[in-house]
Design a protein around this ligand. Sequence first.
Ligand code: AMP
Ligand code: GLY
Length: 414
Amino acid sequence: MRVLVLGNGAREHAITARFALSRRISGLFVAPGNAGTDALATNLTDLDHTDPQAVLRACREQEINLVFIGSEEPLAAGVADLLADQRIDCVGPPRRTALLESSKAFSKEFMQRNQIPTAAGQTFTQVGPFEEYIRNRKQRVVLKKSGLAAGKGVLESDDTEELIAFGRNVLADDSLVVEQHLVGYEVSVFALTDATDYCLLPSCADYKKAHDGSKGPNTGGMGAVCPVPWLETEAWHQIKSRIVEPTFEALHKEALSFIGVLYFGIMVTEDGPMTLEFNLRFGDPEAQVLLPLIKCDFGSLSEAMVRGKLADFPIEVSQKSAVGIVIAADGYPAEYKTGIPVEGLPETDAIQLYHTATTERDGVLYTGSGRCFTVVGIGREHLDAMNAAYAAAPQVRFNGAWYRHDIGGKIFGP
Ligand code: AMP
Ligand code: GLY
C-alpha cells in the first residue's frame, strides 16, 4: 500500500508513526508534514492539503492507494468527496457528513432531531434576538461559533457584556449556538467506522483549559490520557447505549454514513452523559495517547475500513496506559511566535515525542505552532505513564516553552 496522511500536527505525526510500523506499507507520504514525520515518511511540504485537486494530483503522481485525513480542514474542503469520485480509497468522510463538525448548528439539530442526549440549546443568526435572549437568560450558558475554530470558538462566562460582545463578533460572519452550561467531567470517545459497522476504541480525556487546575482560556488541548481511570463502568455503558449506538443509527437513517473516525466530545453529568460535539477525525492530543495503544497493523486496519470489513477485523488494543503532555509556546492560546529554535529534546526511549508543524533548517529544529510538541509516556499503570511523561517534559527546551503540571493527575478528571 502507498499511503498519504494529510496534516502537519502531532496527531498526524502519531498516525504516520502507526503506518510506519505497518508491514503493508510500500510508500508513506505526509502533506504537508513536519520535521517529525520527515524522519518516518516523505513529506510533500508544498502540497496544499486543503485543496482537493492538489491532493488528487499528488495521489496520481505518487501512486497513492489510500489517503488518511488527519485534520478537519481537508474534510470541510471536500477532499474526501473528490477522492471518492476518482475511486481513491480514503479514511475521512464526505463534506455533507463533515458538517457535523464544521457546523455546530447542523450538529445540534442532528442531535435534537435524533434524541441524542445533549445540552438544551438554540442557534441564532441575528444580533437582536440573541441579545434579548442573553439579557433575559435564567441559567448559565455557553456560546459556540458554528464554524471551525480550533477549539477557540467557545465562550463560557457569566458576564452578560462579555457574552454579548463575543456573540456580536461571531454573528458578524457566522451563526451562533447558545446552549445550557453543563457540569461534569469530559471524555473523548472515538469510534472507527467502515460505513456499515463501527468499532469503539478506549476512552480518552483531553485537558482543554490552558492552566493548571483547569483554569484559564480554552485551548485545542493541553494534554490527554488513555484510558480514563476515573470513567465509571456505568457511565461507559451509558455512553455506548445512549450516545454511540443511536448516533450510528441516525447516521444510517440520514444517509450520512462514512468511512473514518467519529469523535464524540462528551460531558458526564449527574443526569448521565451528554454530547458536547462531534468531530469526524481523531482528537489532538487524544490521538497521541490513543494510537500508540493500538497494537494491530494500522495499514491492515485502515484497509479493513475502506473495504467495509471492520466487523471481521481483529482489532487489538494494549492494556497499558498513556499520558500525553503538550509543550506550548509562550503566549498560546493568545498570540505566540513561531520559528523559535529548539535547544533540546528528550533522548530517551521511555517516551514518544510528537511534533506539530516543526521545520528543520541546517540541522536546527524550529517550532511552527502554539502547541509545539506532545510528550507521551506509556506504562503498565496510569501513574507509570504520567511519571514517564513528566520526567521527559522539561527536556523539551526552547525559549518560552511551558506545559501544564497536572495532566493525568486528577482522579476526578480534567
Ligand atoms: P466544543 O467545541 O463544543 O467541544 O466545546 C469546547 C469546550 O467547551 C468543551 O470541551 C467544554 O470544555 C466546553 N463546553 C462546550 N459545551 C459546553 C456545555 N454545554 N457546558 C459546559 N462546557 C461546555
Ligand atoms: N482535542 C480536541 C480536538 O481535537 O478537537
